[in-house]
Design a binder for this molecule. Structure first.
Ligand code: PMP
Length: 436
């Protein structure tokens, strides 16, 4: 379905000559006639180059927790940047933000800053390997931990290539990832205690880390079930494995202290990015002092932009606002209203559906039963989802058309935005049902 009007189309054509597929990140390419070019954003709204306004539920893939172009966050950055932004020295902002994070997030006794979530998970894994002296990493199908070669496996796989459920095939998500790395990955479906237990009994002595998205923020927000996170915690304790909670999407969003607070499970290491900066590039990994303390003592971590003042000043303001206001309650309330309204529309339309995840980042699947793992999402009706969401985009409401990507809510979304969204949703469902 064609989405881009004249100005977006013209800029995209220019972009495609100098940026492969016209984008700086593969997930932003929607097709030659569909890829939009952004002009600006404010609060809950985003405008494309042709002046079309959208209520934004993609929120830059999650970071915009307070709303686009937030005045207090931007003012903090503007003030700080006048005195230089990068020094190759520790600056007081870093210390202040690190102190705030250790107060807010359970289990974070020490941390290091990075510039992206990818870097954070990469360094967390190295730290875990160094701490345990083991090399393998256990991850789950459909869990995304960034673009580095160690984790870009079985993030998006067609059903024919997944292998047997009891013995999944780790599938590289890209050409160019060395085959040798496959030897270092153990892949399992999420939420299966028996398989995890059985696998660890045979392999634990090689396993440095289990890395997990506490809510599957890259597969329709599928939730942990039957206390699966607590089960991982207990197995990591039993076998001396480092538990890494990837909070890049959940951190500073599902609760002030992220999923660790929400689920009452403390990991050994956790990774943060997105909402920490409300759109400014800032990320971190941290956790138990004993583990983090290996860094700099034979274990490498560095980054030219790590702890830069722009990211730090943004994070400083974001953490203050989360601490002192009810921003996350507003986010959750709007999310709950949307979940309820979306459910009502789908009931009335008599479509089998599941709404999964936390109100601040929830997924919708057209499927009859509660999904537990990536393989359940694969069976859901993704075409129907895409046609409804694309229809909504044309009506000025923008969730991601890919049903793996949750709906993200910000504190800037108003009750009126929710009402407008639900109207558009009802119309879009009606049309999609007629066409289906
Ligand atoms: N981990 C998770 C859970 C993510 O969702 C993402 C990004 N979507 C990353 C890691 C990678 O973060 P970045 O894009 O900042 O490298």
């Amino acid at each position: 379905m064609k989405l881009n009007d004249a100005q977006s189309r013209a800029m995209f054509t220019r972009a495609a000559r100098v940026l492969p597929r016209g984008v700086s990140s593969n997930f932003r390419y929607w097709g030659d006639e569909e890829t939009l070019v952004a002009a600006r954003a404010k609060g809950a709204y985003l405008w494309d180059l042709d002046g079309n306004r959208y209520i934004d539920y993609r929120l830059a893939f999650g970071p915009i927790i307070l709303g686009h172009a937030h005045e207090q966050v931007d003012a903090s950055v503007r003030l700080a940047m006048e005195n230089g932004v990068s020094f190759a020295m520790t600056n007081p902002y870093e210390v202040q933000v690190a102190e705030k994070i250790t107060k807010l997030c359970p289990g974070i006794e020490m941390l290091r800053f990075t510039s992206s979530g990818t870097e954070a998970t990469m360094h967390a894994l190295r730290t875990a390997r160094a701490f345990t002296g083991r090399e393998k990493v256990l991850k789950f199908e459909g869990h995304y931990h960034g673009m580095h070669d160690y984790v870009l496996w079985s993030t998006y796989v067609g059903p024919e290539n997944l292998g047997a459920r009891i013995n999944p095939i780790p599938v590289a998500a890209s050409s160019g990832i060395p085959r040798a790395i496959r030897e270092l990955i153990i892949m399992l479906p999420f939420n299966d205690r028996d398989l995890l237990e059985r696998t660890l009994k045979q392999t634990w002595f090689d396993v440095a880390a289990i890395i997990v998205e506490p809510i599957m923020g890259n597969t329709a927000s599928i939730e942990p079930q039957d206390e699966f996170l607590k089960f991982i915690r207990a197995r990591c304790d039993e076998y001396g494995i480092v538990m890494i909670m990837d909070e890049v999407k959940t951190g500073f969003r599902v609760a002030k202290g992220g999923a660790q607070e929400l689920f009452g499970v403390t990991a050994d290491l956790a990774t943060y990015a997105k909402a920490l900066g409300n759109g400014y590039p800032v990320a971190a990994f941290g956790g138990r002092r004993e583990i983090m303390d290996v860094i700099g003592k034979g274990v490498s971590h560095a980054g030219t932009y790590s702890g830069n003042v722009v990211g730090m000043a943004a994070a400083d303001a974001v953490l203050d606002i989360l601490n002192k206001t009810d921003a996350l309650q507003v986010v959750a309330a709007r999310g709950r209203a949307l979940q309820k309204g979306i459910g009502d529309v789908l009931e009335a339309a008599d479509l089998p559906y599941v709404i999964a995840g936390h109100p601040s980042m929830f997924g919708i699947m057209f499927s009859g039963s509660t999904p537990r793992e990536y393989r359940d999402w694969v069976k859901s009706d993704q075409k129907l989802y895409e046609s409804i969401m694309t229809n909504m985009i044309r009506r000025g409401v923008m969730p991601d058309p890919d049903s793996r990507e949750p709906w993200f809510i910000s504190a800037a979304h108003s009750e009126a935005d929710v009402a407008e969204t639900l109207n558009a949703f009802e119309q879009a469902v009606k049309e999609a049902k007629q066409a289906h």
